[in-house]
Design a protein around this ligand. Sequence first.
Ligand SMILES: Cc1ncc(COP(=O)(O)O)c(C=O)c1O
Length: 374
Amino acid sequence: MKLFDVYPLFPIEPVKAQGSWLWDAAEKKYLDLYGGHAVISIGHNHPHWVESLKSQLGKISFYSNSVKNSLQEKLSEKLGQISGYTDYQLFLCNSGAEANENALKLASFVTGRKKIIAFKKAFHGRTSGAVAATDNPKIVAPFNANHEIEFLPLNELTLAEEKINSTVAAVIIEGIQGVGGIQLVDDSFFHFLSKKCQQAGSLLILDEVQSGYGRTGKFFAHQFSGIRPDLITTAKGMGNGFPVGAVLIAPEIKPWSGMLGTTFGGNYLACAASLAVLEVIEKESLLSHAEAIGNELMGSLKKHSIIKAIRGRGLMIGFDLPESHSGLRNNLLFNHGIFTGEAKPNTIRLLPSLALTKEESQLFLTSLSQELSQ
Ligand SMILES: Cc1ncc(COP(=O)(O)O)c(C=O)c1O
């Protein structure tokens, strides 16, 4: 059997990883400023994360969600405490798309409505509702196109004022748009959406799959604005590479038992990985570290006049290049051994481990200067 062709592949096969570094079989070393797409939060193979998973494997790795699982309770308590959402409920699942799918479904159940408002350039995943709420017709199959979804421009009040009304089940928005090229949401827009959703009886879903888990310096990116969404979705950095996702549900929402379900969600290994991530975030003060090192990095990027625009918060950074430098991502990888991300048409995305060191950041900046001066 041949493998399905998922993405174009770099001719590199990492066989070992530690912190911000990857190694191939020939012991060539790569600096990872991409984190496998914002997944590596506490660093590759963090010793505490490895130990937690190993120790859990030696006990029990799976049973169904029809029995008590104290690890799930421990995780929900710790996540509530670190995120500040102590009074929310936690639904555990396996990926970002699944978290968004469940949030959309829950909003529809609770409001009895179908229509969803999403935003231009949004990416919410590839399952049925999540992909329909994603602003990329190329990945929406005819089967997924029948959802009632309307895309509005980000940060524009006038249309949002008109369109969010009593027919809308939910408004879904990323904490910071990732795939769309690191597009920030104005605090005033978050406040407006929160108020407008309340007035219309619609639910506000904050997709923090990419921007959450400390990446921006706050636990969730929307927390810079001070709003409290009805539903928050998370995944990626939550497990540091172990597949896990979740929906945080506001106390005003009263889901009924059986409304959502899952076989694998909240399994012992996913909980052990997620708990280890939170413990390391706390112990190593990774939120303040990500904010400080991210600000420094953005400050240094601003010194390059060839860079057209720089956007971001903490360690979620995007910068736009002129067409003349469209080869930069490949040059960084093949000339300097540095993995970065991209967004179309010509944005470099930096999504490294939250534990990125000053030296690692400096190494990148030196390589970047060399490439940009050519
Ligand atoms: C903001 C956002 N939401 C949802 C998803 C989907 O997550 P997953 O690939 O885990 O399904 C992604 C993935 O890139 C994302 O960036």
